[in-house]
Write a protein that binds this ligand. Sequence first.
Ligand code: DMJ
Length: 648
Amino acid sequence: MKGWVADMHPPSRQDYVAISFARQGSGSYSNSKQWRRQSCWRKWKQLSRLQRSLILFILVLLFICGIASYPAVTEHIRDGEQDTDSNSILRPVIPHVPPLKQGPPPLPEQPSQRKLSNKRGPPVLQNRLQKNGNVSDTVVEEKAAGSKKEGPEGAVISWRGAVIDNDQATQGSKDGESKEVSPADQKAKSSKESETSRPEAVREAFRHAWKGYKDFAWGHDELRPLSKSYSEWFGLGLTLIDALDTMWILQLKEEFEEAKAWVATELTFNKNVDVNLFESTIRILGGLLSTYHLTGDILFLDKAKDIGSRLMPAFNTPSKIPYSDVNIGKGTAHPPRWTSDSTVAEVTSIQLEFRELSRLTQEPQYQAAVAEVMEQVHKLDGKLDGLVPMFINTNNGQFTHQGIYTLGARADSYYEYLLKQWIQGGKKENQLLEDYLQAIEGVKKNLLQKSSPNGLTFVGELSHGQFSPKMDHLVCFLPGTLALGAYNGLPTDHMDLAKQMMETCYQMYVKMETGLSPEIVHFNMHQGSTRDIDVKLADRHNLLRPETVESLFYLYRFTKDHKYQDWGWEILQNFNKYTKVSSGGYTSINNVRDPDYPSPRDKMESFFLGETLKYLYLLFSDDPNLISLDQYVFNTEAHPLPIWPSTA
Ligand code: DMJ
């Protein structure tokens, strides 16, 4: 408006205001203040009452808007400056972090609350990220700061955006106090804490998860904790069955009894449903068998026999390599709609369970069927130094999609079950041992590398001779398996590798802003890298998976090094901070890199109760006889099955 004077003419119509502008310097213009005041006043008086009211209204409105938008504008300017810095320095994947005063939302119970996620955490986090090259250091510092504020219903809301229970908040302040005590006292406190409160914290986490399942998903497959509902996969109460032996081990007697009553009265496998052979074997058959062993209750063996026999049609294929899917009501089986292939990990990770079923029932057909699969896979062409491709054809029994080798999805538990079958059978089946030993050499030769700059040992993937530094979180079963092998007399360098890999898997948690690992990471290998681990946008989710805490359990059992317990404790606390839903249950999250809004997925996988919490409890227990590794071998879903007594 500079250089122009507003000139308002009375409108010809009363329902609008006409505004025109006279150029300065026209003949009528005088610059005296007195003239301008009088002229303005005259013109104002010439206006109708409606026009004057409208103008006053607009001015008041403009004034209010100006006041309201001031903080946002200044914030925007500040953010703009910070983004420029942080983008160039360290983490392009993290969006800007607005100020604490607006506060993060509690982990929402309704998807509609998602809008609130824009109101996020403290600028101090961002400033530290700019200063430090190491994301993980920053998070650790912030954890120590532990800023919290009171939320609704007495809950405490951390600025990371999740609801923390009061007891956890208290724990947090205790941690804060411990910084002031001497290192010796702290060590004593920490070891005392691991004896008492850590196992109890796992029981507490289980109870919370179970409350959600009981309230909103009872008898169904999986809890959807945010929408307070459930999802069905097989329609067989998957979470309940997967969790049975965990409740027994954690001595949650009341919960166990109510679950057992459901199994006795409600569970039926006479249903027209398609189930995945592998998933139902490891979770349902495995869960029932282990619960039978722990409790001695014949109910669970009867149910195990029922589901085991209903899964057998899967083996009726031209090659005897089983189909992926079985209709347990109709007794028919089929491959997935789009292929006649099965996954190698799936067909080679059902052996512990079917072998045990044969031993218990004295009916050899179960063991014979799964042994045939192992025999065929043993003889197949297409392996690379003991490493197997990911698919196998159910018609001709040959590997397909050859040339791709991974220890992650679709191959992982093949390696695990080579070792574990050997242990289960009393270490007599040499072919299994030889295949396992050869495969570990194959891993060392073809897939093992070190990252830059910190030299983390990782297992990558090979695709037609091309190495990819990609590692699934699933691969974190490997340190535990290697350690178990070494404990059972395999070369000591397996234990060395286990320890190195364990460190890497822990770093996959520590380096993330939530302290929780993503599903997949990529390691940097080129010299001059500033960070070891990158995460692609699509890989930032965490499904509450167990593999890292599983390996921590083995490493602690065999080494008694308390650092493994401490690492597990950090992980449990971060599950509580970022995945716990206040009304009950825990949820998978979409983004481990956003502590202010990890973006809950609204699903609690059954393995969180079946595996993750069980391994955490066993990790914090200092009793080596609680599921002794001299007497039990865990299936790939953490269900302990007995090591067969020697008959020689
Ligand atoms: C579980 O079902 C089993 O541990 C399986 O071997 C791999 N996937 C999940 C856990 O991540």
